[in-house]
Design a binder for this molecule. Structure first.
Ligand SMILES: *Cc1c(COP(=O)(O)O)cnc(C)c1O
Length: 384
């Protein structure tokens, strides 16, 4: 095993022209500096400013939704998306167990309960057929609300996540949502620049969330956004992310418990510069996939995860799927020991202490797959 893998690490380091290749680094140029300098010079660094509005407008346009509300991180965006979409305390919210913990945490913040379901090995996102079967089994309509027969709680919403930038079968999920009267909320944190049948991810749900954390395809330092086509929900999201203050020239009137979640202008300035380059980053990442594909022809027992049929993916994180030849941790040790930073996929939510007692479906694919998935360096490479 070792020799082939060592060659693999050498080829990656040569490609990046680095002795140590990080998993994912932000790519900045003069534009970010220019916009940030503008903020500092004008004094508009904080919670209000022209870059926030500009970033929101350009983001909404890029995704193809009516409105975007910029907030301080993707988790906050998910929290607000769930709240304005109508998830209430004690509701159950269906989501993949194979996700980053933020998806489950955001549900917990509104005293709702994550309910974990299995993924498809084609998309690594929620398996809609399996979900439908499962809901037929455990669900029971009371009026127009779907009750979980086992817990007697209302199942309110589904939160699919587009894993590593690969779109889930979202139109099949939409049908399941219609059939069972569930709200669709997308966790599109990883999928800016990814499309399903030509339509941008994050534009299918009633409300969606994206992230601009330092390791995402574009970054604002830390940041996120709530996306929606519903003007009323958008206004409400803006209102509660800005302390629910009623606009007034001097008076402090707040009409409910709000959040101080807004994105500072200085972060939005970075976001404006980054957004100008998102298509370039996507192209570079798709090139990187070709590069890795070439390398993998010489490696047995491993394959590159490729975009599913209807997805045009941003390939945010490049993904290896190992077969029985290796254990995940021996490959991780070899790569990390030889200057190629690599990470396993997240520990499934139903294994984690805060979520081990949550309701869940059978996890056949999640359990078969999670210890075979590795992410390898994915920073866009500047050719030339
Ligand atoms: C990054 C990410 C988030 C949000 O992360 P923040 O770090 O809060 O911006 C949410 N869900 C998934 C799946 C993510 O990858």
């Amino acid at each position: 095993m070792t020799k082939q893998w060592l060659t693999f690490t050498e080829q990656i380091k040569a490609h990046y022209k680095q002795d140590f290749v990080p998993l994912h680094e932000p790519t900045f140029s003069e534009k970010e500096l220019e916009y940030v300098t503008d903020c500092v010079k004008t004094g508009w660094v904080s919670s209000v400013g022209a870059y926030v509005t500009r970033f929101e407008e350009e983001l909404a346009k890029f995704v193809g939704v009516k409105r975007a509300i910029a907030v301080m991180n993707g988790t906050a965006a998910l929290h607000i998306a769930l709240k304005v979409a109508g998830v209430k305390p004690n509701d159950e919210v269906l989501m993949p167990s194979l996700t980053f913990i933020a998806t489950a945490n955001a549900v917990s913040y509104i005293q709702a309960i994550p309910h974990f379901v299995d993924v498809s090995e084609i998309t690594l996102g929620i398996d809609s057929e399996k979900l439908e079967q499962y809901l037929l089994e455990i669900g029971d309509f009371k009026g127009n609300e779907l009750l979980n027969k086992k817990t007697n709680r209302v199942i309110r919403a589904v939160v699919p996540m587009h894993t590593f930038g690969h779109a889930v079968e979202i139109d099949a999920l939409q049908k399941v949502c219609e059939k069972f009267n569930l709200i669709l909320i997308e966790d599109a944190a990883e999928s800016l620049g990814s499309y399903y049948k030509g339509k941008h991810t994050g534009s299918f749900g009633k409300v969606s969330a994206v992230s601009f954390n330092g390791n995402k395809i574009i970054t604002t330092g830390g940041g996120g956004a709530v996306l929606t086509d519903d003007e009323e929900l958008a206004d409400y999201a803006k209102h509660i992310t800005t302390t629910a203050k009623i606009p007034h020239r001097w008076q402090y009137e707040h009409d409910e418990i709000g959040y101080n979640y807004r994105m500072p202008n200085i972060n939005a300035a970075i976001g404006c510069a980054q957004l100008e380059k998102v298509s370039q980053f996507v192209n570079q990442k798709r090139q990187l996939t070709h590069f890795y594909e070439g390398l993998l022809q010489d490696l047995d027992g491993v394959r590159l995860f490729k975009e599913p049929k209807h997805s045009t993916s941003n390939y945010w994180l490049q993904t290896l799927i190992l077969d029985e030849l290796y254990t995940r941790d021996e490959v991780l040790a070899l790569l990390n020991d030889n200057g190629v930073m690599s990470r396993p996929i997240w520990t499934p939510m139903h294994y984690l202490k805060p979520y081990e007692n949550c309701p869940k479906a059978d996890m056949l694919i999640t359990e078969r797959f999670n210890n075979k998935i590795i992410n390898i360096p994915s920073t866009p490479v500047n050719e030339g």
